[in-house]
Design a protein around this ligand. Structure first.
Ligand code: GDP
Ligand code: IMO
Ligand code: MG
Length: 428
């Protein structure tokens, strides 16, 4: 049993990238299993800030081989750009360091146009997607008319498939009163990307199973978060994949007996980018304090879209649900340093709906949108905790806050992150 699954316990941006960077140091293989370049994982190493979208954070460790699994949807042009940017920053991304599933699906320019059209058509009810074409690409996958990365091996046939996909999308775009995409535009960049990516393509399920059999340590690096899961999240304000632990097995192609550890990553407060319910959302000064001003790279502005993130108190009802859906064996809590200086901290311990107290979230959106949180208030601390490396270095109030979160979620907190740098971790 040598696989660890790392997933976001909230609405994404929990700090999975920085936690994966830590766990990758002890891994041989790091694999992404769901989503595409809607993800944005920021990792800080020394004086360099890396912003990763498709390639796992594990690439920053020389001994690691990275995998883009079959569960992903990949924009090949953006992938080539990311490879080039990493190479320019001195990170080797050769085919012996990155393997791409032949079964992963391709995001085309038509999918991006359809994503925009669908958001526009929803008007007020827009999801607030990242406009990367994620939803339409998964729609083509489950509609059994998608293009798989393996088709790039025959560039002429790949060009025909791209053309067919564009033609189909255009019918739909014109039907929606939107402008059609030029089937020639962008195709050339796609064909160049196909030639570049050919040496990286493999059956990654076979590869991962071989590695696991040989005793390799595999880290499955989640993207997005539990509440964005198409089944378990706040449907329809979700992404179109399964970023939860079950999705890791589906999106990589190995069995559950390989998994020894399921690590849930949550912030010490809540953030969400895009639309949808968020019971503990704050406005005004406290939200601004949690968000930051945007001057620091760790402030709460989207890595992929630059949108300010919605901020709120820690929602233990929500994270408890995530623990159940994923089967967390441990939790990592991030951004404790941001809470220094609050007189009091609130934690949602239950919800109230129509005068009744609920210990779990209702399973319909219309009810969830009407709940109000029941808060437990805890004493804050003024000390800067960013230099803490041991549990004993933390102020008593911070210890009490972390301990309380662990009890409320029902999963042991193994690690607390007190800053974005590699060594800014407290192991409990
Ligand atoms: P991901 O999508 O889950 O990988 O998270 P993002 O990278 O989108 O957002 C998390 C941000 O918080 C990044 O800029 C990290 O560098 C930063 N970060 C992670 N952990 C900490 C922490 O403990 N303290 C602070 N101040 N920043 C952190
Ligand atoms: P990481 O990996 C935060 C959100 C979008 C939108 C919804 C659907 O950095 O945690 P999509 O483009 O996927 O169809 O958008 O999901 N979303 C994310 N929010 N972090 C992410 O990734 C996200 N990926 C998608 O904002 O609400
Ligand atoms: Mg992110």
């Amino acid at each position: 049993m040598t696989a660890t699954i790392l997933v976001g316990a909230q609405w994404g941006d929990e700090g999975k990238g920085r936690v994966a960077d830590w766990l990758a140091a002890q891994s041989n293989v790091v694999a992404r299993f769901a989503g595409g370049d809607n993800a944005g994982h920021t990792v800080y190493v020394g004086t360099k800030v890396y912003k990763l979208h498709l390639i796992p954070s594990g690439i920053l460790h020389e001994q690691v081989v990275c995998v883009l699994g079959n569960g992903m949807v990949i924009n090949p042009v953006n992938l080539v750009r990311e490879i080039d940017e990493l190479e320019a920053a001195g990170v080797s991304v050769t085919p012996d360091r990155l393997v791409i599933s032949t079964r992963a699906h391709v995001i085309t320019p038509a999918h991006i146009a359809l994503d925009k059209a669908s958001e526009k058509a929803r008007g007020e009810g827009a999801i607030g997607t990242t406009l990367r074409g994620i939803g339409p690409a998964y729609l083509d996958k489950t509609g059994r008319q998608g293009i798989r990365m393996g088709q790039m091996r025959d560039v002429e046939a790949f060009a025909d498939a791209l053309y067919d996909g564009m033609r189909r999308a255009n019918e739909s775009l014109v039907h929606q009163g939107m402008e059609a995409v030029d089937a020639q535009t962008g195709t050339e960049a796609y064909l160049d990307a196909a030639l570049r990516l050919q040496p990286y393509l493999r059956d990654t399920s076979v590869y991962l199973n071989e590695q696991l059999r040989g005793g390799a340590t595999v880290l499955c690096e989640g993207a997005q978060g539990t509440m964005l899961d198409v089944d378990h999240g706040d449907y329809p304000y979700v992404t179109s994949s399964s970023p939860t632990s079950g999705g890791a097995l589906m999106g990589l192609g190995f069995g559950p007996r390989e998994v020894s550890r399921v690590v849930g990553v949550a912030k010490c407060f809540s953030t969400r980018v895009g639309s949808g319910p968020m019971p503990t959302e704050l406005s005004g000064e406290p939200a601004r304090r949690l968000r930051g001003t945007g001057e620091n790279f760790w402030d709460e502005f989207g890595t992929t879209t630059g949108r300010p993130r919605r901020c709120g108190w820690f929602d233990a009802v929500q994270v408890r649900y995530a623990a159940q859906v994923n089967g967390f064996t441990e939790m990592v809590l991030t951004k404790l340093d941001i809470l220094s200086g609050f007189d009091e901290l609130n934690i949602a311990v239950a919800y109230e709906l129509d005068g009744e107290q609920l210990n779990a979230a209702p399973d319909t959106l219309s009810s969830l949108e009407r709940v109000t949180p029941v808060y437990q208030t805890m004493k804050g601390w003024t000390e800067d905790v960013s230099g803490a490396r041991r549990w004993d270095d933390l102020p008593a109030e911070a210890q009490a806050y972390i301990s309380r979160l662990g009890v409320l979620v029902g999963v042991p907190v193994s690690t607390v992150s007190v800053g974005p740098e590699r060594e800014q971790l407290v192991f409990i």
